[in-house]
Design a protein around this ligand. Structure first.
Ligand code: HEC
Ligand code: HEC
Length: 272
């Protein structure tokens, strides 16, 4: 057997190495992407992922929207996290933390009648104290606050926009209260961005662009950019163009609402 021709050998090695590098890069893409362009996941979006891991949704239903039947409970089901239900049970962020850490607020646990009532129902809220750290609790509380539907703008266009956003399902893609983080294969960052934080600041520069996102499902600045438009076309879930379906006033209300969320004044709002 003769030795392989060194030149062919080199060429083959080169092609194989290149193919291997492409394959590795392809598989490692999400990891490399996370290093080169770190995801701007919000606390609420982290909390949502954590709630799934901790099994919160097994009882409170998918995304905490539909508690399962709870025999023996006067409420008949495990309470959900939305439509203001949370505030029927917890009076403050501190009490939300106590629900997560100890299964109920300290004030309730001190009450014999409450403890008896809890013992007599099939499903009980577990205490997660040994399974979460401080940051986990912060993230879960951020998710509960966003899901509660209790943080909304004062009456006016922005409040009308919030109602419309619920009706149109903006939050199923953009996360509770636009907290972002829903997966979107093929997109630059791998998820649908939210209505606040660095991703938003990058994608929405001013009211005109905000209006165009909602009206046209995109903006000129990104459509004109070859790299951005590659990802925009490639991503599996696209922003719908609502222009043809809504009145100018409704678009204006949505703009006012998203703008209110982006300013983040709700951060300081107590839940009640
Ligand atoms: C085994 C079922 C179960 C699991 C798992 C569970 N819960 Fe609960 N949770 C309950 C029940 C039952 C109540 C009602 C307690 C009461 O009546 O005071 C409750 C109440 C709550 C409340 C106050 C009421 C509301 O819905 O707003 C919060 C907040 C809450 N849970 C958060 C969580 C979080 C966060 C997790 C995961 C870390 C979790 N729960 C996991 C059963 C569960
Ligand atoms: C089917 C999923 C889906 C629905 C429903 C949806 N969007 Fe979007 N939205 C997207 C995607 C995907 C993008 C593009 C993100 C990108 O290019 O990185 C986007 C982009 C946006 C942006 C600009 C980027 C950012 O940071 O948020 C705004 C603002 C926006 N949407 C508002 C809304 C509003 C308001 C509604 C409801 C009327 C809505 N969206 C409904 C998927 C959705």
């Amino acid at each position: 057997m003769s030795n392989p021709n060194p030149r062919t050998w080199n060429a083959t090695t080169l092609v194989l190495t290149a193919a291997l590098m492409v394959a590795v890069a392809w598989i490692a893409y999400p990891h490399i992407r996370a290093i080169v362009i770190p995801p701007e996941i919000t606390a609420a979006a982290r909390g949502r992922a954590l709630a799934a891991e901790l099994g919160c949704f097994t009882c409170h239903g998918e995304l905490g929207r539909n508690g399962v039947t709870n025999p023996g409970s006067r409420y008949k089901t495990v309470p959900p996290f939305h439509e203001g239900t949370i505030m029927m049970f917890a009076k403050s962020d501190q009490e939300l933390r106590e629900y997560i850490l100890d299964g109920a607020p300290a004030a309730k646990l001190a009450n014999d009648a409450y403890r008896k009532e809890m013992r007599e129902q099939a499903l009980r809220m577990p205490a997660y104290r040994d399974f979460v750290d401080e940051r986990d609790v912060d993230d879960l509380v951020a998710f509960l606050r966003a899901s509660s539907e209790l943080l909304y703008p004062p009456d006016g266009p922005a409040a009308d926009g919030e109602e419309l956003a619920h009706e149109l399902g903006c939050f199923t893609c953009h996360g509770a209260m636009g907290s972002g983080g829903v997966a979107n294969p093929g997109s630059l960052k791998g998820y649908i961005p939210g209505f606040y934080g660095p991703d938003y600041a990058e994608l929405v520069r001013g009211d005109e662009e905000l209006r165009s996102w909602i009206y046209n499902g995109g903006i000129k600045r990104l459509a004109d950019d070859p790299l951005a438009s590659y990802f925009l076309e490639r991503q599996r879930v696209q922003m719908p163009a609502y222009g043809g379906f809504l009145s100018d006033r409704q678009i204006g209300d949505l703009v006012a609402y998203v703008k209110w969320v982006s300013i983040e004044s709700w951060r300081e709002m107590p839940l009640q």
